[in-house]
Design a protein around this ligand. Structure first.
Ligand code: AMP
Length: 302
C-alpha cells in the first residue's frame, strides 16, 4: 500500500486544521457565520492546560453535531490569590495540538487586553449571581464567582446563541451559570458533563500537576470521602461528618465538606430525604482541590 494512503495519513488529511482566533471581532464573526450556515455552535470555555476532562467536553459537543468553539483564557478576575494565578499551569502549544486532535473547529485565545482592557483596575461592569455564589467555594474565595460569571457572560455575549458545555467537576460553577442564564434570559443551552477521573478516583484537574508525589497520594482522599458518603444512606449531618473523617484522617486540610440541594446549594437538613449533592474542598500540601458527587440522604428517625 502506498505510504500516503495509510489509515493514519487518511485520518490526518480528513482532520481539519483548527482555526485560531484571538480578536473578539473575528470570534464574533466566526460564530455568526457558522450559525448562518445552519450549524449550532458548541462553546467550551476553559483555562487551558487541557486534560481528558476538557477533552470529554469537546467529545460531547462533537457528538451532538456542534461546531466546537473552545476558548482558553486564564481569567485573572476569578483568582482571589495572586500566587494561585501565577502558579496556574499554562501549556499553549500542547493545548493547540490536543484541541486539533480532538476535533475542535475553532480555538479562541483572547488576550487580556481584549477581555479586560482596564486590568488590573476593576472593570465597571461586574455580573454577580447572589445566593448560589455566596456559599462553599464563594465563601472561601471572595469575588471568585463574580469573576467567573463576568467572564462567562462576556464569552456568551461574543459567541451569541450557542450550547455551552461545562464539567460537573465545578458543580457550583454550573449552578451559578444556569442561574445567570435564567435571570438574563440568555440564548444559551447549558450542558453539564460528568466528572472524568484518574484510575484511582482523583478528579482530573489542571492543578493536579502542582501536586508532589506525596500530595498526589493524599489527594485520593477526596474521592474516597465521597465514596464513603455514597456508601451510606444517612442524615446529612452524618454524611458531612463521615467525609470530614476520611479527609482529615488522610491529612487533607478541609475547607468544606457539605451536603446541599443540587440547584439552590442550600445545606440539607437532617429532616430531608432523597438525592442531594455532596461537595468538598481541601488543601493538599497547599494545593486547593475540589470534588463532588450525588448522595442519598435519609431523614433522622425518631
Ligand atoms: P478549567 O479549565 O479548569 O476552567 O475547566 C474548563 C471546563 O472543564 C469546566 O467546565 C470544568 O468543569 C471542566 N472540567 C475540568 N476538569 C474536569 C473533569 N475532571 N471532568 C469533567 N470536566 C472537567
Amino acid at each position: 500500500m502506498p505510504h500516503s494512503s495509510s489509515p493514519n495519513n487518511v485520518a490526518r488529511r480528513l482532520r481539519r486544521k483548527v482555526q485560531r482566533i484571538s480578536a473578539i471581532g473575528a470570534w464574533r464573526d466566526y460564530a455568526s457565520n457558522q450559525r448562518s450556515l445552519g450549524h449550532t455552535v458548541g462553546l467550551v470555555p476553559t483555562m487551558g492546560a487541557l486534560h481528558a476532562g476538557h477533552l470529554s467536553l469537546f467529545r460531547e459537543a462533537k457528538s451532538r453535531g456542534d461546531i466546537v468553539l473552545a476558548t482558553i483564557f486564564v481569567n485573572p478576575r476569578q483568582f482571589n490569590d495572586v500566587k494561585d494565578l501565577t502558579a496556574y499551569p499554562r501549556t499553549p502549544e500542547l493545548d493547540h495540538t490536543s484541541a486539533e486532535a480532538h476535533g475542535v473547529d475553532c480555538l479562541v485565545e483572547p488576550t487580556l487586553e481584549e477581555m479586560w482592557p482596564a486590568y488590573p483596575n476593576p472593570t465597571a461592569t461586574t455580573v454577580s449571581v447572589r445566593g448560589v455564589s455566596d456559599t462553599l467555594e464563594g465563601a472561601g474565595r471572595p469575588g471568585h464567582f463574580d469573576g467567573v460569571a463576568s467572564v462567562v457572560a462576556k464569552l456568551f455575549a461574543v459567541t451569541g446563541s450557542c450550547r455551552a458545555y461545562f464539567g460537573e467537576k465545578d458543580f457550583q460553577q454550573i449552578a451559578v451559570i444556569r442561574q445567570m442564564v435564567r435571570d438574563l434570559a440568555l440564548d444559551v443551552e447549558v450542558v453539564s458533563c460528568p466528572i472524568v477521573r484518574d484510575e484511582d478516583g482523583l478528579a482530573l484537574s489542571s492543578r493536579n500537576v502542582l501536586l508532589s508525589l506525596d500530595a498526589r497520594k493524599k489527594a485520593v482522599a477526596l474521592s474516597r470521602s465521597l465514596l464513603a458518603a455514597r456508601a451510606e444512606s444517612a442524615p446529612a449531618s452524618e454524611l458531612r461528618a463521615r467525609m470530614r473523617e476520611v479527609l482529615e484522617g488522610s491529612g487533607v486540610e478541609v475547607a468544606y465538606a457539605d451536603v446541599v440541594d443540587p440547584v439552590t446549594l442550600v445545606p440539607v437538613g437532617d429532616d430531608e430525604t432523597g438525592e442531594r449533592r455532596a461537595l468538598i474542598a481541601g488543601l493538599v500540601d497547599g494545593v486547593r482541590l475540589i470534588d463532588n458527587a450525588p448522595v442519598i440522604v435519609e431523614a433522622r428517625r425518631g
